[in-house]
Design a protein. Structure first.
Length: 76
């Protein structure tokens, strides 16, 4: 049941040294072009200010209150 050919390496090529960090590829904001540094920003492709422009936060429903006219309860 053994295969005649050895399995290929998953990541062929030179491996980085343990103490050395590889340089990350620069990622720029899709809207304004500024470089992105945060992991969430790099994942979405938008900086925090551009993301807020495209996806504004919804209103907080806990602070939205209004008075309603009600009949008095019987017996009160």
């Amino acid at each position: 049941m053994e295969s005649p050919e050895p399995l290929p390496e998953l990541f062929p090529g030179p491996q980085p040294e343990a103490g050395r960090r590889e340089a990350r590829r620069p990622v720029r904001c899709a809207l304004c072009g500024r470089p992105l540094t945060g992991a969430d920003s790099r994942r979405t492709g938008l900086g925090p200010s551009c993301d807020a422009k495209l996806h504004p936060a919804g209103p907080d429903i806990r602070t939205r209150r209004h008075d309603v006219e009600q009949d008095t309860l019987p017996g009160v």
